[in-house]
Design a protein. Structure first.
Length: 230
């Protein structure tokens, strides 16, 4: 009788361990940062920029990346050396990527170096949820769900080189998306703080925007920030 009971307990324990390991394997990060970038601010720096070989990108926010992150603020990177970037897997997305995920690094490139870096550093850490095609497709879909430039324009915030308050920028994006973003600034050649990147958070299924569990601890913006033209 007693051994039967012990056997049942062992079975329950085994089942529990199995269940936990499945849970862990399915979710080895806590959320994503979806990071959009204003090309005018990437270019308006001492380092400057180089337009892609495919031409000057549209005057719109571009994707920087979709980054798996942990709730404590740290993040995994370069998770799978056995899954190198393979451009043949995203040939159907290429024109959309050129438009929405433009490279601005020098010397001019066709985007492969930038996309390959994003996949290998960040994308490989969400492979339990998204394969390479899904990773890029998902980021493109997320960008389509929020029209940042329009959201800002509605609030009278336009890339005309003037300055706007950090609060008004955050409010405009919250009004349009339902979620409060993190704003990252960089500095132009004269040392003015400008609107560089916008961080929104996305759940582990990569389909819903969520309130950010934690904000990045980066450079501060200052209360008034420039929105340069592109
Ligand atoms: P990450 O390593 O994903 O955190 O991104 C930072 C790297 O991406 C840096 O090397 C940046 O110079 C680079 N980067 C950021 N934006 C762009 C862009 N639009 N085109 C090319 N490289 C970029
Ligand atoms: P602080 O300037 O640290 O006193 O921040 C005032 C409020 O603005 C806090 O709620 C911060 O979390 C928020 N905040 C400060 N800097 C940023 C930023 N760059 N993006 C989004 N929220 C910010």
């Amino acid at each position: 009788m007693e051994s039967k009971r012990q056997f049942s307990i062992i079975l329950i324990k085994l089942f529990f361990i199995q269940y936990l390991s499945v849970l862990c394997a399915a979710r080895n990060f806590d959320f994503f940062y979806f990071v959009l970038q204003w090309p005018g601010s990437y270019c308006d720096t001492a380092k400057s920029c180089c337009y892609p070989t495919t031409g000057k990108p549209a005057a719109d926010f571009g994707i920087h990346g979709l980054w798996p992150n942990y709730n404590d603020g740290s993040y995994p990177s370069n998770c799978d050396p056995n899954a190198p970037f393979d451009q043949s897997q995203i040939s159907d997305l290429r024109s959309s990527m050129q438009k929405n995920w433009p490279t601005l690094a020098c010397p001019s490139g066709n985007g492969i170096t930038f996309w390959s870096h994003e996949w290998e550093k960040h994308g490989t850490c969400s492979e339990s949820v998204l394969n390479q095609h899904q990773y890029f497709q998902t980021a493109l879909n997320l960008k389509n769900q929020i029209h940042l430039l329009q959201a800002l324009r509605t609030a009278g915030i336009v890339p005309d080189g003037s300055s706007y308050s950090l609060e008004s920028i955050k409010d405009a994006i919250k009004e349009a998306s339902g979620f409060s973003p993190w704003i990252e600034c960089n500095v132009d050649e004269s040392g003015n703080s400008q609107l560089y990147q916008i961080y929104l958070c996305v759940d582990t299924s990569a389909s819903n925007f969520i309130n950010c569990p934690v904000f990045p601890n980066g450079k501060k913006c200052g209360s008034q920030i420039e929105f340069p033209p592109f």
